[in-house]
Ligand binder design. Structure first.
Ligand code: AHR
Length: 512
């Protein structure tokens, strides 16, 4: 099997924004409590932040981390999470049927984010929250001093404003599972008014409109078209979410589901192009809204039972099979990831790279303990799950300019049509003059040949090939065997037109 990718130095798709390698932590399960924050433990620092987690997160070199939700945010009153920890209320989190202790809030998150060298991206509650509270949160975080909320931040021990730049106007407001769910027209109006007020407080902020995510909903994309009529002048990004599930479609189809993400992004691109063409005001006719893929991952829903899937016009409800109701930070959504999941995540990462012309923010959802690359236990151990590795390598080498290829060669039939056996993305680091090739061989039975041609480059020499593969696609990493499945560094063929990819493998080939 051979796949041919023809590149030309001049055919640049776009630069990888540092925010393309971002993540997400939600007040959900053990993501915050037991993940970031585990006070009074020998393995945590004086602020209660886990030291092992801080190191692992720093190593990922993330652009932004989205916080505090997710579905959680639509129930959340950020004011419950500030001030003395002794006085903070325990509240019901209706999104995940948990008890929220509020001992971790916006100040704690911003302090932690600074320590791990990541910019916060904060979602405001546009479900049950009001627009004044959204503007007050911007005032609390970004206004220097001299007003009630900015002075309260100072009183709470944080003299300097956080200057948070990225703000999400709600979460998944198109879904009836969302507290305060509303129609697209109602959302557009509320988001517009919130945007106006938030920008009155700080005009330098960038705003993310809440786009549609779930393809099975009748409002998918129509939602985006409607909201963008109102919101185009006010926002900088539109969000979408995409989770890929191994749900009995067969290994090849699951591994090829990068194509589903590609189609999904393409759909959002199309709505944006349409919305742009409707702009009458010359000020906005040249304005480009970018895509914020603020939740993406493989999510096999190992402990979720969804009801009413066939009846999406009725109420969509789900049950968490690993927890009773109203526990504090229950161990829910703690997905165990296999090698196959990791290869699929690698394919999704390749797809994100091949869409950087419009995807400027992408958050792997999530970061810690909940559908996550990093898992912790209660005794101070940290586990890198299989999906950690492709994400780490994408973040490490997927920086620079993505080149746009012409692809030919062998294809195979999948649920998504005939697809190249190998899917690949190439990033050119102009400063270091290095090329990084990411390649997924979806052939489950045969090694593949990858023939790369680079017009305009003097000579491209492969130096190392990092290969992620294994005999058992179901294998996982566990606390007992933490390095069961890790990528291996090998020496590739010196000929970039004759690279070899093991069957069912995800690879990074680093070239000078
Ligand atoms: O990431 C878990 C959940 O998935 C988020 O809370 C929600 O936004 C999405 O549906």
């Amino acid at each position: 099997m051979k796949s041919v990718y023809n590149y030309d130095k001049l055919f640049e798709l776009g630069n990888v924004d540092p925010k393309v390698w971002s993540s997400f932590t939600e007040h959900l399960g053990r993501s915050i409590y037991g993940g970031i924050y585990d006070p009074d433990k020998p393995f945590s620092d004086e602020n209660g932040f886990r030291k092992d987690v801080k190191k692992a997160v720093k190593d990922l070199n993330l652009g932004v981390i989205r916080y505090p939700g997710g579905n959680f945010v639509s129930n959340y009153n950020w004011k419950d999470g500030i001030g003395s920890k002794d006085n903070r209320p325990k509240t019901m989190d209706f999104a995940w049927s948990s008890v929220e202790p509020n001992t971790f809030g916006i100040d704690d998150f911003c302090q932690w984010a600074e320590e791990v060298g990541v910019k916060p991206m904060i979602a405001v509650n546009l479900g049950t929250g009001d627009i004044r509270s959204a503007a007050e949160l911007v005032e609390y975080c970004n206004h220097d001093h001299g007003t009630y909320w900015s002075d309260l931040r100072i009183k709470n021990g944080h003299r300097k404003p956080y200057n948070i730049k990225y703000w999400c106007l709600g979460n998944e407001m198109e879904g009836d599972w969302q507290a305060g769910h509303m129609s697209a027209a109602d959302y557009a109006k509320k988001a517009r008014e919130a945007a106006k007020m938030m920008k009155w407080v700080d005009k330098s902020i960038s705003l993310v409109a809440c786009g549609s995510s779930y393809e099975m909903l009748p409002t998918y994309l129509k939602w985006d078209e409607t909201i963008m009529k109102d919101l185009y002048p006010y926002v900088d990004y539109i969000s979408t979410h995409n989770y890929n599930m191994n749900s009995g479609q067969g290994t090849l189809n699951f591994l090829s589901s990068w194509k589903q993400l590609d189609n999904h992004i393409q759909n959002t691109k199309n709505v944006l192009a349409y919305s742009k063409s409707l702009q009458k005001d010359p000020k906005y006719q040249n304005k480009d809204i970018k895509i914020c893929l603020d939740e993406w991952n493989v999510w096999n829903m190992q402990d979720i039972k969804i009801n009413n899937l066939d009846d999406l016009n009725g109420m969509t409800t789900f049950e968490l099979t690993d927890a009773k109701k109203w526990e504090e930070h229950p161990a829910i959504l703690q997905e165990k990831y296999s090698l196959l999941d990791a290869l699929t995540v690698g394919g999704l990462g390749i797809t994100i790279l091949n869409n950087v012309d419009q995807v400027e923010i992408a958050c792997l959802a999530q970061l810690l303990n909940v559908i996550s690359p990093i898992t912790t236990d209660e005794d101070g151990h940290l586990l890198k799950q299989t999906i950690y590795y492709p994400f780490e390598l994408l973040s490490k080498y997927g920086r620079g300019t993505v080149l746009s290829p012409r692809v030919s060669g062998d294809t195979q039939a999948t649920d998504y049509g005939d697809l190249p056996v190998v899917t690949s993305a190439t990033v050119y680091d102009k400063e270091k003059k290095q090329l990084h090739i990411f390649a997924l061989n979806t052939d489950l039975n045969n090694d593949a040949k990858l023939d790369l041609n680079f017009a305009g480059f003097s000579k491209v020499t492969p130096k190392e090939q990092i290969v992620f593969t294994g005999a058992d696609l179901k294998a996982t990493n566990t606390f007992e065997k933490p390095e069961n499945i890790v990528p291996k560094t090998t020496t590739p063929s010196q000929d970039v037109a004759n690279l070899s990819l093991p069957k069912a493998s995800w690879n990074v080939i680093n070239c000078d």
